[in-house]
Ligand binder design. Sequence first.
Ligand code: AHR
Length: 509
Amino acid sequence: MRKARITLDASFVHGDIDPRLSGSFVEHLGRCVYGGIFEPGHPEADQSGFRRDVLDLVRDLGVPIVRYPGGNFVSSYRWEDGVGPIAERPVRLDLSWHSIETNAFGLGEFVEWCRVAGAEPMVAINLGTRGVDAACELLEYANFSKGTKWSDLRVEHRAAEPYDVRVWCLGNELDGRWQIGHKTAEEYGRLAAETARAMRRIDSNLELVACGSSGSWMPTYPDWEATVLDLCYDDVDFLSLHSYFEPNPEDVGSFLASALKMDEFIEAVVGTCDFARARKRSKKVMNLAFDEWNVWYPKERWTEGHETWRVAPHLFEDTYDIADAVVVGSLLNSLLRHADRVRIACVAQLVNVIAPIHTRDGGGAWRETTYYPMRDVAHFAKGQSLVVHLEGPEYDNPGLGSIPVLDVAASSDVESGALTIFVANRSLEDSVDLELDVRGVGELVPVEHSVLADSGPYVAGVAVNTEEQPGRVTPRSVPFEREGVQDSRVVIAPLSWNVIRFVSKLGPR
Ligand code: AHR
């Protein structure tokens, strides 16, 4: 068996873990809203039309914050269409996804759904076809108490209390030519700064996210970031990052190394933010909102909805196998390794559309394989993210060079005494005998080693969950070899995602 060793010391930390790293994203796209979180008439629907079976899965997933309503959708969205009596709301063309938007679900429903789901709302404004006025009116509607045109309208819409939305995205992917209202970095940077300043006059307690590039593959990256920050550095709190990783059956080794590309992207954007900071002689540190990330299969299936102008077409309903789950786990590790700067992250998306939760219209709801690493990190990555020194085997990839077989992150929570190690094994064939050298936390008691893996050799698309077999891929506990961990070893199965949990005998520190 191949051998590896990790060394960590609870005193050596990347930073505090913001629980919002486990955020998610609900867009008016395909069946994420309609037929996903919202399906009036479904046997599981509550009086608001929210699917209870989906809510149960969302609560179990532990999502702390949800971005809404887009995505590309927001760039031609009129938020006013989605408030007030549902029967009076207009049906519109959604130009982003070539779909019909009924507006039966809007801001009020979203805020209410978040309350029931136990998540904080994070709202994106339209800076594609609209600007400062519409953003301020939306903010006044959402957050101002009463006594003005827009706040009184909210009260009239049976929401006496303000929605108190704290986190706002200033548009979406405006660097992209596909975006309705696409802009140059200069145009966007000025608009973001002006919008942010006006919004802060209405509510001084906001966290504002400016758009970074739609991906590191964009020809304008990273100049977009540098120019945008030059224009709005003082006015915003976060810069966004987006990244989707495409499975490649011809080169699984490269796909499994996606987290290294994510590390590189985050570190380059941190560098660009710090360059902007130095140019401004500013004391303010720009944080990052990785507010769209996931594994996304090639996108041909869009053409189906594209041609037909339907309500809630089946778009991007990816089914994820065990390799996808291992990649998602390692992407979460990458976010944890950068916890000092990435304070918000939203997996795109929550239900049906490139999502960890899948539903059938009128039918059941089930967990994709990728659900499990997301849930593990939401539940167990608490406190501080630890620096982990890894010595272990590597594999060669023709395009990328030497790749570590294991991908590791760890957290230590002073309040509970919990210490958790997250390990992805990228090897398709090899188990790894992993030695754990954990320092600075006193004696540890093992709690659980859970493993998400499949038996037998990897064949793309086979180890998946479906409505018929929702439990085909689920985590299982494996026994620890020894009581203490300081000199302990664990066996990491091939192509697996592992959560190794301990608690300090010292208890809360
Ligand atoms: O998440 C799906 C889409 O991907 C979003 O609408 C857009 O922002 C990104 O290109």
